[in-house]
Design a protein around this ligand. Structure first.
Ligand code: ADP
Length: 582
């Protein structure tokens, strides 16, 4: 209903009518206020004129003159156009140019003048019945006194009023016409401005919709359209914000560090991995890359990519973390700038290094026994076979080195099996005293040969969860090492105790111990503190690596420390491992 009315009266017509109504209302209220005021003023003015006339007449009639009072009064009345009445003190009419000879009792103005004041009144004249204005002033003649009254019909004032009203009407009509004209001009220019606003709103809605501008956008529905546009914008903005959050979440979830740079080389985006890898400060966005990254090859890579050449390099980042990275930079087509992706390859490099070292170590470990075996075999073939004594020595050496090769290969195979994760150990509650007893008994002859004193301190009934043969292998390796590396006559003790939720097993000796700088690497494959001694003892350098892997396969931890009460000249070593309590 409302919409239909809005369409019937255009915005221009409504503005024009509004301007006219406004002007009319202003003129009407002005007329309502001014009309009575002007009437009152006209009456007041007429009374003032009558008072002046009465005074002039009173003066003219007071002076002695050869002409009679009546003639003088008529002359003044004629000249002024007012009716004059001269009244004696006894209210008798001496002269009246209007022809009345008895004073009306209603003439209160005369009463006021006789008592020395100025009297005013408005009433119909007794003689003609016309509405009349009366003003009376005191009069004094030669030995006589009274009042002089001037009167004039109100009709004279009415004529002036009518003339003034006509003038006002003309002025109002002209004013109204001008207001209408100004209203029309204002409505036209406002409508033009609104038209362009509507065009813009339509274009904005069209671009928000990605389609044609809706026909419903008109001046009349502008408020609704602007509201719709605002909602449309709000939706777009929140959609964009969501999209941005999603992109940020995706980028932050990436392992790869991603950095975007503007055409001016300033950072516009960095995901979480990039912030961590490049050690970016929290206010990095908006700052030039050269200020944030101090690795020259990376800065150079970005410079070349900015010039349009995508490229990949490997380098080490200069910074507290010293990470090795593979960096790829490519120019961004649309907004300009560069996107830089970095992959942390430090771990990969480390593993590559380990693999390289491992191959080198294995070859090295194998070369010695193989060389010995070959040399001995050749010597035998060269004639030593004829000499039974020599033949025995050489075949003995061949046997020992073949044994060493065998041990090395089985250690390697075991390690490979554990590392491949194929070691699916069935973990069961085990008696610690039984286990320790078995291992100690197996190594007793060896310990005896080296004159070591082995003590066992394990509480009876202590149980842990583990895999029997693996745990035996662990303890055997540790005890074997203690026997091997402790000089003859040393003390070795095997202890077990409860540590919270774990059982701690310790193999302590008073041998040379493990210097602090070697402790971090002692559990690595082929890592030896004293390679000469290790080979001499038939060690493969794999024992502790196997220990570490087996213990972690049983959900335990392993470590080494110095002995508390050691030999006066030797610090001693304590190898420990924690395994879950049964
Ligand atoms: P290896 O076959 O050489 O004994 P391990 O892995 O068992 O290999 O031990 C690595 C190295 O740790 C040894 O070569 C030795 O230098 C050192 N080591 C191990 N146990 C002891 C110990 N109880 N006292 C001193 N050094 C030890």
């Amino acid at each position: 209903m409302r919409a239909r009315r809005e369409r019937r009266f255009g915005i221009r017509a409504r503005m024009f009518v509004a301007a006219l109504l406004l002007a009319s209302a202003a003129l009407l209220s002005a007329g309502l206020v001014a009309g009575p005021a002007i009437d009152a003023w006209l009456v007041d003015d007429a009374q003032r004129q009558l008072e002046d006339i009465a005074r002039v007449a009173a003066a003219a009639l007071s002076a002695p003159s050869p002409s009679g009072l009546e003639a003088r009064a008529s002359a003044v009345a004629q000249a002024s156009g007012a009716r004059l009445t001269l009244v004696a003190a006894d209210r008798s009419v001496r002269v009246d140019t209007g022809g009345e000879d008895i004073l009306s009792p209603a003439a209160v103005e005369v009463t006021a003048a006789l008592s020395g004041g100025i009297g005013r009144a408005r009433r119909p004249a007794a003689l003609t019945g016309d509405e009349t204005l009366f003003v009376a002033v005191p009069w004094a003649g030669a030995g006589d006194a009274g009042a002089l009254r001037a009167a004039r019909a109100v009709a004279v004032v009415d004529a002036a009023q009518a003339a003034l009203r006509r003038l006002l009407l003309v002025a109002a009509t002209v004013g109204l016409a001008m207001a209408g004209l100004i209203g029309l001009v204002a409505a036209l220019s406002f409508a033009r401005w609104l038209g362009s606003l509507v065009a813009r709103v339509r274009a904005a809605i069209a671009s928000a919709h990605g389609a044609e501008a809706p026909e419903s956008v008109r001046v009349e529905g502008l408020a609704g359209s602007v509201g719709r546009l605002a909602r449309e914008l709000e939706r777009s903005v929140s959609h964009l914000a969501q999209e941005r959050q999603r992109q940020e979440a995706v980028l932050d979830a990436l392992d790869e560090a991603v950095v975007a740079l503007g055409p001016d080389g300033r950072l516009t985006m960095a995901n979480a991995a990039a912030s961590a890898l490049l050690e970016l400060p929290h206010d990095a966005i908006g700052r030039p890359l050269v200020e944030l990254v101090r690795t020259p090859p990376l800065v150079e890579l970005v410079r070349r990519a900015t010039a349009g050449a995508p490229e990949t390099i490997s380098c080490r980042l200069i910074g507290a973390r010293q990470r090795d990275v593979a960096a790829h930079a490519a120019p961004l087509a649309a907004p300009g700038g560069v996107v830089l992706a970095l992959r942390d390859v430090t771990e990969l490099r480390r593993l590559e290094g380990i693999r390289r070292d491992f191959v080198a170590n294995v070859s090295h470990e194998m070369r010695t026994p193989i060389t010995v075996i070959r040399a001995n075999a050749e010597t035998l073939l060269d004639g030593a076979l004829e000499d039974p004594q020599a033949a025995r020595t050489f075949t003995d050496a061949i046997g020992r080195h073949a044994q060493r090769l065998d041990t090395l290969v089985s250690d390697l195979l075991e390690l490979a099996r554990i590392e491949a994760g194929r070691l699916d150990l069935e973990l069961l509650p085990l008696s610690v005293p039984d286990l320790v007893r078995r291992v100690v008994e197996a190594h007793a002859p060896m310990a005896e040969r080296r004159d070591h004193q082995v003590t066992v301190d394990v509480p009876e009934g202590l149980r842990l969860v583990g895999h029997a043969s693996s745990l035996e292998r662990v303890l055997a390796n540790l005890l074997q090492n203690a026997i091997n590396y402790t000089p003859p006559g040393g003390h070795i003790s095997i202890r077990a105790s409860i540590e919270g939720e774990h059982v701690r097993l310790e193999v302590a000796d008073d041998g040379p111990g493990i210097p602090l700088r070697h402790r971090a690497r002692i559990f690595e494959r082929f890592y030896r503190v004293d390679p000469g001694r290790s080979r001499e003892m038939g060690g493969t350098g794999l024992g502790l690596a196997i220990v570490k892997h087996l213990v972690s396969a049983m959900s335990g931890t392993v470590g080494v420390r110095s002995a508390e009460r050691s030999h006066p000249t030797r610090p001693g070593a304590v190898f420990w491992c924690d395994l879950p309590r049964a």
